[in-house]
Design a protein. Structure first.
Length: 394
């Protein structure tokens, strides 16, 4: 599937040439074979498999300590979310487990999740912090995320989710926490080169518009782009705020007004849809996809991989849920993990489509047509993955 052409931009009997880490040429296979013979260039057959751009999971909380399976079980046995939360559950329990975990432990558990995503054709992964909520623990999360990118054949983008939840020790001092998170902590982590973007959970159970704006302003001063968790449970106008700050993306958006959608479109802010969290939380009002289409907002799709609301390490299952739960077409869903996911990370010049000059990141699938990537529940037709021009073995 290449850029241009309709509807998926597919090319039949095509070939792609790689030079270094980049795509050097795309065209008819017969011509490639003749050129390769003339230039003594090695040729690999893809055996008639489908080739897509490497998939991009543009919203994850992949690195964290422990898990929340006990909480999941309790909820299904009738214990309410509030009771769990009062007993130290919810995000705070993951914060406790993360703070207590050594970097190696965090790395090993995140590695398992990264490998699962990679096995389905993911070549780029965004990873948020936000389970440390103190400087050292946030640094550990971001360092582990960077380390995954260094050691694996995988591109990692890090996001400092400085405003995720108010940690217990700051319950009597909200403003103090926000000031630390948006001030010295962000400056230190950005100064250490650990932060590609920032994010805030703007929600009535998390942070207000004003608090979110404080982080966006601090990021702007440092020249860092932003994402915003917006409209997951209520519409507080977070999409409009994200647009006002020209955020790369506004994520979730189950609750979004006409005005919010128009603001996103005008700002070129991508709507990142997260059907895994919607499914896991058993929500019943999907994001207003028709409104997003009408307004001309680009839609990306991501796993939101996290221990609480989306313990999901399958980008292919996420594609299926984007179609079945949110009503995206398979073309929209696939664009959501390629072209538009690249845009949600500000990487559209490098990634997201198969085009000459872009990074040679692609996946090969044993499928009959692209929609099959959205169709199966639990199958993995990914046969091979190339990251930066190199065939990947995970
Ligand atoms: N939205 C979510 O769904 C997760 N974080 C966020 O900002 C929940 C994270 C968790 O429950 O651990
Ligand atoms: Fe999230």
């Amino acid at each position: 599937m290449v850029a241009g052409g309709k509807p998926y931009g597919n090319l039949a009997d095509a070939a792609l040439a790689i030079k270094g880490e980049r795509i050097a040429w795309l065209g008819p296979a017969a011509e490639a074979v003749a050129r390769a013979a003339a230039g003594n260039t090695p040729v690999e057959s893809c055996h008639g498999l489908w080739m897509t751009p490497g998939l991009i999971d543009c919203h994850t909380h992949l690195v964290y300590g422990g898990n929340r399976v006990e909480e999941f079980e309790k909820r299904l046995c009738g214990v309410s979310y509030e009771e769990i939360s009062r007993a130290g559950g919810g995000i705070q329990s993951t914060v406790n487990a993360t703070r207590a975990a050594a970097a190696d432990t965090l790395y090993e558990s995140a590695l398992v999740r990264a490998r699962r995503l990679m096995s389905e054709g993911v070549t780029t992964l965004e990873i948020k912090s936000g389970y440390g909520l103190e400087l050292d623990a946030e640094r550990r999360l971001l360092t582990v995320a960077r380390e995954l990118g260094r050691r694996l054949p995988l591109s990692v983008r890090t996001t400092y989710l400085g405003l995720h939840a108010l940690p217990q020790e700051y319950h009597a001092d909200r403003a103090g926490f926000v000031a630390q998170a948006c001030g010295p902590w962000l400056e230190a982590l950005a100064g250490e080169g650990l932060v590609d973007a920032v994010d805030a959970f703007c929600e009535n159970i998390a942070f207000t518009l004003a608090e979110t704006e404080q982080l966006l302003r601090a990021a702007q001063a440092l020249g860092l782009p932003a994402h915003v968790h917006a409209g997951q449970l209520t519409d507080m106008g977070a999409a409009e705020l994200a647009a006002r700050y020209r955020a790369l993306s506004a994520d979730h958006l189950e609750y979004l007004s006409d005005r919010g959608a128009r603001a996103l479109a005008a700002a070129g802010t991508v709507a990142v849809l997260l059907p895994g969290a919607y499914f896991m939380l058993r929500q019943s009002n999907p994001p207003p996809v028709r409104l997003l289409r009408q307004a001309g907002v680009q839609m990306a799709v991501a796993t939101d991989c996290n221990p609480g609301s989306s313990p999901c390490t399958s980008i292919l299952l996420t594609l299926n849920m984007a179609c079945t739960l949110f009503g995206l077409t398979p073309l929209e869903a696939l664009s959501g993990v390629t072209r538009h996911a690249a845009q949600a990370l500000g990487l559209q010049a490098e990634l997201g489509t198969l085009e000459v000059g872009k990074r040679a990141d692609f996946a090969l699938y044993q499928i009959d047509r692209p929609a099959e990537l959205c169709y199966n529940l639990g199958a993995n037709p990914c046969v091979s993955v190339v990251h930066g021009g190199a065939v990947r073995t995970v």
